[in-house]
Design a protein around this ligand. Structure first.
Ligand SMILES: C[S@@+](CC[C@H](N)C(=O)[O-])C[C@H]1O[C@@H](n2cnc3c(N)ncnc32)[C@H](O)[C@@H]1O
Length: 287
């Protein structure tokens, strides 16, 4: 446990909009991160399960282990881990809606493994050691000044053969974007400002070396960095189309203004990934 207070207000401002609204564009597992279109012709749901399987396979889970999911969303990764690997799970989320939704899933779970979801940030985690850690699409909320504390905590929680899979969007410094042949123009800058002001308050995209050096500084070895850039472009394009298809429901659940804002966010991010401004990477960290 650290003495840092999680960014509840910022994170809830996004995820506690409405479960019904997110349900309009996410797949049935409610996975809210980059899918993995491993084979031609996969549906979004199949590709989300493939992404979760990709992440969990890198954790080397064995029956009876305890998996900590930092930023568990609506619980899809933990449900898959229980089903496929017969493990105990602990999930952390700052969203009340997600916490209540996952608790509802766990209440109906058969079997004798333990499944716990906590309305708690990693900053406050006091649940004791775990065997493996997975964190998908949450690191973007943590902020750079807290990476040391985060990696330290994760390193301390894991045993000597511990493994952690960290899946995060990454961004680049403007000088690096220029070196990559990408224009840093008004469109790019104003879209980034829109994302921080109106979609993910307090969010911050790490640059890849920040993750590597942060993890290595506490003693992790970075076993693999696996980029999935175009998979996120495809995911976001499907989410955009799903939301367009449910326009009337979206306006009824939220409003035309929220619909417009989400279309701008989802379609704009799809372009950012397609054009190479943003990437998404799975970092396999081992002790
Ligand atoms: C984009 S969602 C991803 C959810 C899920 N992993 C998935 O792939 O569907 C980000 C998640 O990170 C969580 N989160 C953000 N900051 C956190 C923190 N400091 N501690 C724990 N969870 C956090 C949010 O509550 C949310 O559940």
């Amino acid at each position: 446990m650290t003495d840092l207070a999680p960014f509840y207000t910022d994170v809830q401002a996004h995820y506690d909009l409405s479960d019904d609204f997110f349900g309009l564009f996410l797949d049935k597992t409610r996975t809210y991160s980059c899918a993995y279109f491993e084979h031609e012709g996969m549906t979004l749901e199949q590709a989300q399960v493939a992404k979760v399987d990709l992440a969990l396979a890198k954790c080397d889970l064995r029956p009876g282990m305890t998996l900590l999911d930092v930023g568990c969303g609506w619980g899809g990764t933990m449900m898959r881990a229980i089903e496929k690997y017969d493990v105990n799970v602990i999930g952390l989320t700052l969203s009340r809606n997600q916490h209540d939704y996952v608790q509802g899933l766990f209440d109906k779970l058969p079997g004798n493994r333990s499944a716990e979801v906590r309305l708690q940030g990693w900053e406050e985690y006091d649940g004791g050691p775990v065997d493996r850690i997975v964190s998908i699409g949450a690191f973007e909320h943590f902020r750079r000044e807290r990476y040391d504390a985060f990696f330290n905590l994760c390193h301390d929680l894991l045993p000597a053969d511990g493994r952690m899979l960290l899946h995060t969007i990454v961004g680049y410094h403007r000088h690096q974007l220029r070196d990559m042949g990408l224009k840093v123009d008004r469109n790019y800058l104003s879209f980034c400002k829109f994302l921080i002001d109106e979609i993910f308050p307090g969010g911050q995209l790490p640059e890849p070396p920040w993750v590597r050096t942060g993890a290595e500084a506490v003693g992790f070895r970075v076993e693999r960095i696996h980029p999935l850039q175009l998979h996120y472009a495809q995911t976001l394009e499907i989410w955009t189309q799903n939301l367009i298809d449910r326009h009337d429901d979206a306006v009824e659940i939220a409003s035309q203004e929220v619909f417009d804002r989400y279309i701008k966010y989802l379609s704009g991010c799809a372009t950012m990934f397609r054009d190479g401004y943003f990437d998404i990477m799975q970092f396999t960290l081992v002790k």
